[in-house]
Design a protein around this ligand. Structure first.
Ligand SMILES: C[S@@+](CC[C@H](N)C(=O)[O-])C[C@H]1O[C@@H](n2cnc3c(N)ncnc32)[C@H](O)[C@@H]1O
Length: 217
């Protein structure tokens, strides 16, 4: 019943929050700062697979000088995130309801300063590593859009995805730092904002894996 309620009236609910998301994001490629009303020198952070938006809303509020764009392919899920940002009137947070497979259509070379991949689908049981968002074909795209020295900050509960990602990052020439397999008990937890999934995994006693991959061009 609760599930049905969240999916009702999606077009009307999106329409109410239309200042927070983009119907035709293709036309904003290379122009995100200008389109969102920010100066050219502000940092642009992009989160892929933002889910219901706990992380992006907190991060955008903690970093008001950053332009934060959150992307999610599932409309009924991103709706919850968009409504949060709308209700809380967060001026630096915007949303794209698109698939990360098409990222290059939306962002120009060197347009992004930082990316977040939080608890991306591991694709471990179905043995389809090419679908993982840290597969080298994705990383090659991210490298182009990220500035030199830009970062990808990744968190996951999944050891297979984490080990795979570390290898892929290194293969694609990223420099790795701040690596931990127990984020909740590490020095990096102090400034960590938890996602919805992260909190569930911590409650189950699962170690959170985390790494920062820095782009070297
Ligand atoms: C396991 S959930 C994690 C959600 C949130 N990041 C968190 O940590 O609570 C993964 C999310 O990524 C989204 N996702 C998976 N693949 C995607 C893709 N190719 N493009 C955009 N979103 C994607 C899914 O729809 C889902 O909402």
């Amino acid at each position: 019943m609760a599930r049905m309620r969240t999916k009702r009236h999606i077009p009307e609910r999106l329409e109410r929050c239309k200042e927070r998301w983009f119907e035709n994001p293709l036309q904003n490629k290379g122009e995100w700062r200008k389109t969102c009303g920010f100066p050219e020198d502000v940092e642009l952070w992009l989160e892929i697979g933002c889910g219901k938006g706990k992380f992006c809303t907190e991060m955008a509020k903690l970093n008001p000088d950053v332009l934060y764009i959150a992307l999610e392919r599932d409309t009924s899920v991103i709706l919850a995130a968009i409504e949060k940002a709308h209700e809380q009137e967060i001026p630096n947070l915007f949303f794209l309801n698109v698939d990360a497979n098409l990222l290059e259509n939306y962002f120009a070379e060197d347009e992004i300063d930082r990316m977040f991949l939080n608890f991306s689908d591991p694709w471990s049981r179905r043995n389809k590593p090419k679908r993982r968002l840290t597969y080298r074909d994705f990383l090659v795209q991210y490298k182009k859009m990220l500035k030199n020295g830009g970062q990808i900050r990744m968190k996951t509960d999944n050891d297979i995805l984490f080990d795979f990602s570390l290898e892929e990052f290194e293969f694609c020439g990223f420099e790795l730092s701040e690596l931990t397999r127990e984020l909740q008990n590490s020095e990096y937890d102090k400034d960590n904002v938890r996602t919805e999934f992260e909190q569930k995994f911590i409650d189950q006693g699962i170690g959170i894996k985390r790494v920062v991959a820095t782009n070297k061009k």
